[in-house]
Design a protein. Sequence first.
Length: 375
Amino acid sequence: MKGSIRKRGKDSWQIQIYTGLGPDGKPKRHFETVRGRKGDAQRRLTELLGSLDKGIFTPPGRLTITEHLNNWLNGYVKTNCSKGTLRSYGVVVNRHLIPSLGHILLRQLTHQAIQAYYGNAREKVSARTVLYHHRILKASLKYAVKQGHLGRNPADLVDAPRPGKKDMRTLTPEELKTLLDTTSGNRFYPVIYTAVATGLRQAELLGLRWRDIDLDLQSISVCRALYYKNHDDFEFKEPKTSHSKRRVSMTAKLTDYLSEYKGTRESLSLHLGRLLKLDDLVFSNTEGEPISPNVLRHSFTRIAKRAGLQGVRFHDLRHTFASLMFLKGAKSKVISEALGHSSVAFTLDTYSHIIEGMQEDAMILLDEVLPPGEI
C-alpha cells in the first residue's frame, strides 16, 4: 500500500504515503493534511504518488520554489487548464520566476522577496507583464496553501503593478472606407469586412462554420473559437465565458455580402470536386483548412500600412465596431451583448473616452427640445 486517506475532521483529510526505507532500514512515511472534499485529497494523493514514481518527490519542508512551481505546472495546471495556458504559464515560470526565486525554500518565501522581484522585473518589462507574472505566482502559491505547504499566501501581501489602459485605435468612417478599398480583392477581405460589421474577436471569426450563419434570420451564432497551439496544431473550443457564447445580429449589407460570398465558396467547392457543407469553415484557405491567426494578423498589418493606417491592428476592427455603434446611438446593453462582454459596466469603462466625446452632441440635442428659461 503506497498511500492512504483518512478523515481528520469536517472538510479535513490526512494523506499518508510510503516514501521508502530510511538509513535505519525502517519505513519512512509522509503525512499531509488537505482541506476540502475527499476528491481533493484523492487528487493530491495521486499527484504525490506520481511524483514519487518519477523520483521528484520532495518533502514539503525542503521544497524549493523551483520544485513547487514544476509540481504545480505538471500536476494542477496540466490537469485543469488548456494546453495554451500550460504553455504560457510555463514560459513565465521557466524564464522569469524560477531564475529569480527558484532557489528559495517555499516555506521561506516572503512578500518582501516577491515585491523586490516585481521591482526588478518592472525595469525590464511592462507593468502589464509584471501583473501577469503576479497572477501566475499568486495562483501557484494559493495551490501551496490548499495542499498544506503554506499557512498563508505571501503574494496576498504584495502590491502588484497597476498598468494603464492600452491605447485604443478606432477608425473613422472615412478611414474604414479607405481600409476596405485597399483590401478589395485580397483573400482576407471577407473576414475583415465581417469583423468590422460584427465586432467578433479574431478567434471567433476563424471558428465560424456555415451552420453558424443564419441568412434568413440575419444572425450569427458564436459557439466556438479557433486556437492555434503551434504552427500547424490547432483546436476548436467553446468560448471561455457564458457571455461570449452569444447570437449576434447582422446588418442587411453584411447578410447580402455573406450570401454572395457563400455562393462563390460553393462554386469553388464544386470546382474542387466536392460540395460545401454546413460544417465547413466560413473563412478558410482554398482547401477548406483553417486560417492561421498569425498569418491573418501579419497580412492585416501590411494592408493597413498600405492604406496609410500605420499601427492599426486587426483587433482594432472590434473597437471600431463598438465606437461606430456608440456614435450612432446604439444602447450600451446592446453593444455589450454584441461584443460578448461580461457586463455593461465593463463595456462603458472600456469605451469611456468615446462616451465622454459624445456629451457635447447630447447637449446639442437636449438644447433643441428644452425651452428657454424664464426669469
